[in-house]
Design a protein around this ligand. Sequence first.
Ligand SMILES: [Zn+2]
Length: 232
Amino acid sequence: MAHDTIVILTGAGISAESGLGTFRDEGGLWAQHRIEDVATPEGFSRDPDLVHNFYNARRVQAAQATPNAAHDALARLERDHPGEVLIVTQNVDSLHEKAGSRNVLHMHGLLAGALCHTCDHRWTAPDNMAKSDPCPGCGAPATRPDVVWFGEIPYGMDQIYAALSKADLFVAIGTSGEVYPAAAFGQEARQAGAHTVELNLAPSSRVSDFAETHFGPATRIVPDWVARERAR
Ligand SMILES: [Zn+2]
């Protein structure tokens, strides 16, 4: 029987083959900075220029990146699936949207977004963002990247848990199945009766709670899984 409602969580592992690194990788943009300096509210308060320069560079890098076969496969699934497909992503790039996915929730925000510290107004980020940029909503010079930092609450949690509670299938891609949020989301979906699948580069150290696991590069295992799901 086909799965009607599908919730897919994606993490850094799906964007890695598009050349976008994370703070866990060696080399690249993250290697030049400490997480507490560029990815926390305290770091932003201490040195907003440093933080803006970091995100301005990441925004340029993300804008140049192109979706890979894994993003393309998920867009095809959403297009062809008769039921609902929701992608919840931890990634701040726009590669799912570039691939054609429409139902995407960015729980950690978007590099392409700007947020007013004062009034929470959101707008499209300029190429070069600075704290002194006036907010289009209230005029305050309190512009920050619309990215969720360590210590801040992810976006859309009510909507995510509502979707998980009626999911028939939950798939975690490119994010460790044994840590938050994949582990917690998987547990929620399982309690709702969903089948759970983990697609990851390598097995995690302990036994997965997911009912089904496949390991390998995202550009291979995601298209393979989508093909199987479409054939159900
Ligand atoms: Zn404002």
